[in-house]
Design a protein. Sequence first.
Length: 474
Amino acid sequence: MNRTPDVNRTADMTRTPEAPRTVIENCAIATVDGHDTEYAEGHIVVAGNRLESVGPGPAPTGLDGVVRRVDGTGHLATPGLVNTHHHFYQWLSRGLAQDDNLFDWLVALYPIWARIDEPMVYEAARASLAMMVRGGVTSAMDHHYVFPRGTGDLLGAEIRAARELGVRFTAARGSMDLGTSNGGLPPDFAVETTEGALRATEEAVDTHHDPSYDSMLQIAVAPCSPFSVSTELLREAAVLARRKGVRLHTHGSETVEEEKFCHEQFGMGPTDYFESTGWLGEDVWMAHCVHMNDADIAAFARTGTGVAHCPSSNARLAAGIARVPDLLAAGVPVGLGVDGTASNESGELHTELRNALLINRLGSHRETALNARQALRLGTYGGARVLGRQEQIGSLEPGKLADLVLWKLDGLGHSTIADPVAALVLGPPAPVTLSLVDGRPVVESGRLLTADEDDIARRARDEARRLARIAADG
């Protein structure tokens, strides 16, 4: 492993002596800092909700207030994984439209999704979050854009689920204002008016957004896609987000059909259309970005627009291979996304580390496309940068928030891979021995601490069956 000089890095923070400390020792550490610092055997000290020191060898002696010591022998410590694109509600419609491309898949599933209600969204969010958190995600994101009339507080249901599970959460308040009668794909009763969508989005920001350093909940403004929202909604949403000081998110350049649609409707490709509506900038990130030419990539790099790369979903829907190596070479911020589990039924971000590496090697760059450490960076620091939180999370550095994962690598699936980062990325899904969010344990020995997994599975199954019955009767 790469090594830096054997000098402990310790946060320069003013702390009360009473701050409880957790000490993790004897583990390999991949900090994913700006120098890709790694330690073959090192320590991490957590004080309250902050990382206090990270370095080689044992922890400093004489620490006050140590409430827990963890022997990390046989483990790799990394920053917690950061998910940058998801649709929680789709947990209730997994395994459908298995052989369709994006547009046919949407046509098949929108009539089902249009029947969701608050209890369904709550249980789908709990299940989606539980699956990710158990697999090493400490910061989740969801893009919810389906708001059928009279179905309750759908965004609030997701926020409640994230709070209960103890995960850091970015809720992207989505919207659609083009129903079937106006040339869109979703049923008319599942879309909002332009004015209603903007008003509800502003209310969500005012009610829920926390801009503080250690925020557990932030809101983004997120109209769905060029073919489901009007130009007016896109343009006004960008104005709203910047007036409120929050980030913007949408789907972009996902398929060749979208490229064709934009040229036919707007006389330009998706990237130029987005720029014309104010949707390029350091406060914007887009999901997928599969079909981008050199000029598109240059525009993203020039403006600092980010990308949520969703390799499994792109493959599931036959969308294509995103030009991730070219995006990274140009300096575009890139993170990883699960996407909705109707197009990525596993719902786990740590599998996206492996799939990002493998699928990108099928592209033009072949074996030089991505390596294991680049894949890990996409899933940690890259995701934090895309969400605008790279100063707080995404790497193991003193002063940052204590979101970290301890992966068990001495078991059957990994013990013969000497490089722990390669073991994590290329090997089978690694068990999570310990996961901390904001310094608090949320997973131990592969099990959730904040919720009953069996109860979540049963309740999600019941809501999925109820949705199926309602859709069938509809």
